[in-house]
Design a binder for this molecule. Structure first.
Ligand SMILES: *[C@@H]1O[C@H](CO)[C@@H](O)[C@H](O)[C@H]1NC(C)=O
Ligand SMILES: *[C@@H]1O[C@H](CO)[C@@H](O)[C@H](O)[C@H]1NC(C)=O
Ligand SMILES: *[C@@H]1O[C@H](CO)[C@@H](O)[C@H](O)[C@H]1NC(C)=O
Ligand SMILES: *[C@@H]1O[C@H](CO)[C@@H](O)[C@H](O)[C@H]1NC(C)=O
Ligand SMILES: *[C@@H]1O[C@H](CO)[C@@H](O)[C@H](O)[C@H]1NC(C)=O
Ligand SMILES: *[C@@H]1O[C@H](CO)[C@@H](O)[C@H](O)[C@H]1NC(C)=O
Ligand SMILES: *[C@@H]1O[C@H](CO)[C@@H](O)[C@H](O)[C@H]1NC(C)=O
Length: 440
């Protein structure tokens, strides 16, 4: 344990932060450029978007205050640790168990809830230094007191004991980039409240870590695979074989019972894409004189490859985690964009459009998920083999959940991080959905 902690504080200052910060760079440049070049009205939309957000926020404050008062007035025990996450008098929480498919956790709203977060920087020592917002001096705490309320059902509060009991003898891994690691650490912290895990493996570059909850024989790990596809980095350009799974995970995937896969903003980096060992094209960021094959279609092919491989070769449960939304405001990530909101967005009619790039990625993911489900159906595999952890919309509503400036910085870092999530923070909710998926 000691060595893990040490390597975290020393090595992280450079290597892993460099790698995480890069994530948003080219993409947002592109986003910016496109908005400028392609259509002036996009800028207008953006401005209108900001105004809208402000409007929503002021409405939100008023409305949430009301919700909040209702809670206190009805004498709900705010500190209760009941497994039942329901707070509303006429809750339908009992049917959220088992008949899970009926309930759509992807749509809903954040409502005020005084329940303390599942852990804090004082009770969990596994929070990434750069995402440890409390310790890094973030002054406000309001962002910790919100509960995800799906439209037509209740989402049970995370029950770490129940999670560990249900995962006895199992191995779970998070495969993806630094946001996959962010999620893994959220779960690690929540579970560490029941039993302190034993560190099995910790790679100094934080590309891989593995923890065992000894009395449950449950192993939790993450594997670094930012593109999910086979790739190499040569002369500042990524060479990505979209039709080949990354061996980092594919070579040992059957060591795990549950695999949670995600990918996203690394596709914005300078890359040349390949299929069948032949160049397909390059994204616009590589500066290489080749046909353009852009990142969203590239990512789509990589998802197809990944899910195909998993469906055919993997015996465990596949969970596809959807893209999340970065919240840089005022400027781009690299020239002072920030995210200092302290309240969620309130979008009662669920009509706010996602930022366009996230929307494009989200649509590509939907298509690949549906295609994969069709293949599973056609092959007569168990339909529960592939599950969706759809957190795109709920993350979109949480501009207040990022570290912003309350992070560790190095020379090449942007000032603010509006991509990763504070721990504790909004993504602790993902574990509630995860537990639900695993129990149903
Ligand atoms: C609870 O449900 C009952 C019966 O459906 C209804 O009469 C009552 O108004 C509901 N209460 C609340 C607080 O929604
Ligand atoms: C947690 O953060 C608080 C500031 O919010 C700080 O005072 C405290 O020392 C931190 N705890 C640890 C264990 O670092
Ligand atoms: C990519 O594929 C090549 C050729 O099969 C292999 O040598 C290499 O190890 C693979 N790398 C990754 C990261 O999968
Ligand atoms: C892949 O390339 C090989 C030769 O390099 C060729 O024989 C094969 O038909 C190609 N496959 C596809 C699907 O294009
Ligand atoms: C790009 O490649 C094409 C074909 O090889 C060539 O005609 C063109 O001049 C090149 N453009 C630049 C900017 O190098
Ligand atoms: C957020 O940051 C911007 C830019 O630094 C500043 O103008 C604004 O007042 C800040 N808002 C809050 C709520 O701190
Ligand atoms: C994720 O949820 C959003 C909001 O409900 C929805 O629009 C989108 O289609 C869902 N994505 C997938 C892959 O189902």
């Amino acid at each position: 344990m000691k060595s893990a902690d040490n390597s975290m504080s020393t090595s992280c200052a450079k290597e892993c932060f460099e790698s995480t910060s890069y994530i948003f760079r080219p993409g947002l440049i592109l986003c910016h450029k496109r908005i400028k070049l392609a259509a002036g009205f996009a800028v207008l939309l953006l401005i209108v978007g900001f105004l809208d957000s402000c409007w929503y926020i002021s409405r939100s404050i008023a409305k949430q205050h009301l919700d909040f008062l209702k809670f206190s007035a009805s004498g709900v025990d705010a500190g209760s640790n009941a497994a039942d996450g329901s707070r509303t008098p006429n809750s339908s929480s009992s049917d959220s168990e088992g008949s899970g498919e009926v309930c759509d956790f992807s749509k809903g709203k954040w409502v005020a809830d005084m329940t303390p977060p599942p852990y804090t920087n004082n009770t969990c020592k596994y929070i990434h230094p750069s995402q440890d917002c409390m310790k890094n001096g973030r002054p406000d705490r309001g962002y910790l007191y919100w509960r995800w309320q799906p439209i037509s059902c209740e989402l049970r509060r995370f029950d770490a004991q129940l999670f560990l009991e249900s995962m006895k003898q199992k191995k779970m891994t998070f495969i993806g980039d630094s946001i996959a690691r962010n999620h893994m650490q959220s779960l690690l912290c929540a579970l560490a409240q029941v039993e302190d895990p034993h560190n099995v493996y910790f790679d100094v570059k934080e590309k891989e870590a593995s923890w065992e909850f000894v009395s449950y024989k449950f192993t939790l790990s993450n594997l670094w695979s930012p593109f999910l596809a086979n790739h190499s980095f040569v002369e500042n350009v990524y060479h990505i074989h979209l039709d080949m799974p990354d061996m980092m995970w594919s070579s040992r995937i059957n060591d795990y019972d549950i695999a949670i896969l995600s990918t996203g903003y690394w596709y914005f980096r300078p890359s040349i894409y390949y299929m069948n060992n032949t160049i397909l094209g390059t994204n616009p960021h590589s500066g290489v004189n080749l046909t353009i094959f852009d990142k969203v279609p590239a990512m789509k092919v990589a998802w197809e490859t990944t899910l195909n491989h998993m469906i055919n070769k993997y015996n465990g449960i596949i969970i596809m985690r959807t893209i999340t939304v970065p919240h840089f405001e005022g400027a781009d990530w690299f020239n002072g964009g920030y995210c200092n909101k302290t309240m969620p967005f309130f979008d009662p009619l669920m009509q706010e459009p996602l930022p366009w790039m996230t929307d494009a990625i989200s649509r590509a993911q939907i298509q690949e998920f549906r295609k994969a489900m069709d293949r599973i159906r056609a092959s007569k595999y168990d339909l529960q083999k592939l599950r969706l952890l759809n957190v795109t919309y709920s993350s979109f509503l949480r501009p207040d959940g990022h570290p912003n400036s309350f992070r560790i910085m190095t020379a090449f870092e942007p000032r603010n991080d509006c991509l990763h999530w504070c721990l504790p923070g909004p993504i602790d909710m993902w574990n509630q959905i995860l537990l639900h998926i695993l129990l149903s």
